[in-house]
Design a protein around this ligand. Structure first.
Ligand SMILES: C[S@@+](CC[C@H](N)C(=O)[O-])C[C@H]1O[C@@H](n2cnc3c(N)ncnc32)[C@H](O)[C@@H]1O
Length: 315
């Protein structure tokens, strides 16, 4: 089915609100395989006609790559919303979203160099809640997965629920998912730790160098103001100093950027830990360190398991 045909089957008309109850016609009695995907959505109980309409909220992920990662359910939430807020990484992606809904409000202008991102994120929550409280169906659309390294979607859902509104998070394909596919990494093989890079500097954390280490937001590492768009080599030097406790300086470091447009290919750069301060790392890149240690046997646990096996064989 083409994009246009999908739009047609959604039954949505520009600027119109979906009616809460529609009389059945013969056309509605279709084989299950032909059901438009939005029928899979949970339906809200329709309010009695004199009750004010309750607002609701859905935070959905658009995935990483324009066009190919959007799930039918996420699309359905977008199309059925009264108002759509967009926290996307790319202006082109935002234009694409505008083709799906006439009222898409960008959250991007609230970012400003020097302004704390926490202030921006709180503003996003408030913008969405104002519309929910006004009785609108609100959809917050975020790139990747809306719940991965993303504060506002979790917060606005928590706030909406605390105020008695229905709120839902719809997962999306994140940078993490793309990374596993593009780098050929299976997190189940040796285990995989994920950290926001600054958190490694701000707090005492334990790194397991027998598994993969994935570092997010390395381009901003060490930014205590939360107001900078990037930090520099000196900040990455501190990160390298910390990582060198667990990894040799010639250990491989992968700098990964997944494709956001269908015409792009993933960008995969390989360097060493020593070189990390001297290469550019953008805000759209994630850093991966493969294991530097082989897995060590836990002899004590193996002995206890053996004893258990013997016990259960005797029973
Ligand atoms: C605020 S987080 C948002 C993550 C997003 N919610 C997701 O599900 O992937 C921003 C971080 O995601 C990672 N990221 C964003 N875009 C990326 C891309 N195209 N490729 C790889 N990593 C990316 C980087 O580590 C970046 O610093």
């Amino acid at each position: 089915m083409t994009y246009r045909q999908l739009e047609a089957t959604s039954g949505r008309q520009q600027g119109s609100r979906r009616r809460s109850s529609t009389p059945f016609t013969n056309e509605d009695v279709r084989p299950l395989t032909k059901l438009p995907y939005y029928h899979a959505m949970p339906t809200h109980p329709s309010p009695a006609s004199n009750e004010p309409r309750r607002g609701s909220l859905a935070c959905v992920g658009l995935g990483m790559t324009l066009g190919s990662h959007l799930t039918p359910l996420a699309r359905s939430h977008i199309q059925q919303a009264d108002v759509v807020f967009a926290g996307l990484s790319d202006g082109v992606v935002e234009l694409w979203l505008q083709r799906m809904h006439p009222d898409v409000r960008s959250l991007q202008p609230y970012y400003r160099e020097g302004k704390s991102r926490m202030k921006t994120y709180r503003e996003w929550v408030e913008l969405m809640m104002v519309e929910v409280r006004a009785g609108n169906r609100v959809c917050g659309v975020f790139y990747g997965h809306p719940g991965i390294f993303a504060w506002s979607p979790h917060k606005v859902i928590e706030t909406a629920r605390a105020e008695g509104f229905q709120a839902h998070m719809e997962p999306g394909i994140s940078a993490e998912d793309c990374l596993y596919a593009d780098l050929g990494i299976d997190p189940g093989r040796y285990g995989c730790q994920h950290f926001e890079a600054s958190q490694l500097l701000f707090y005492e954390r334990r790194i397991d160098n027998a598994g993969y280490l994935v570092l997010w937001q390395v381009g901003l590492v060490g930014d205590r103001s939360l107001g900078r768009f990037s930090t520099g080599p000196k900040y990455r030097e501190l990160l390298v100093e910390l990582l060198s406790r667990d990894y040799p300086l010639d250990h491989e470091v992968i700098i990964y950027r997944g494709a956001t447009l269908p015409i792009e290919k993933p960008r995969i750069r390989r360097t060493t830990l020593r070189e990390l301060p001297h290469v550019t790392v953008t805000s759209e890149e994630t850093v991966v360190l493969p294991p530097s240690q082989t897995l060590r046997l836990n002899l004590a646990m193996r002995e206890r398991l053996e004893a258990l096996d013997k016990e259960s064989a005797l029973a």
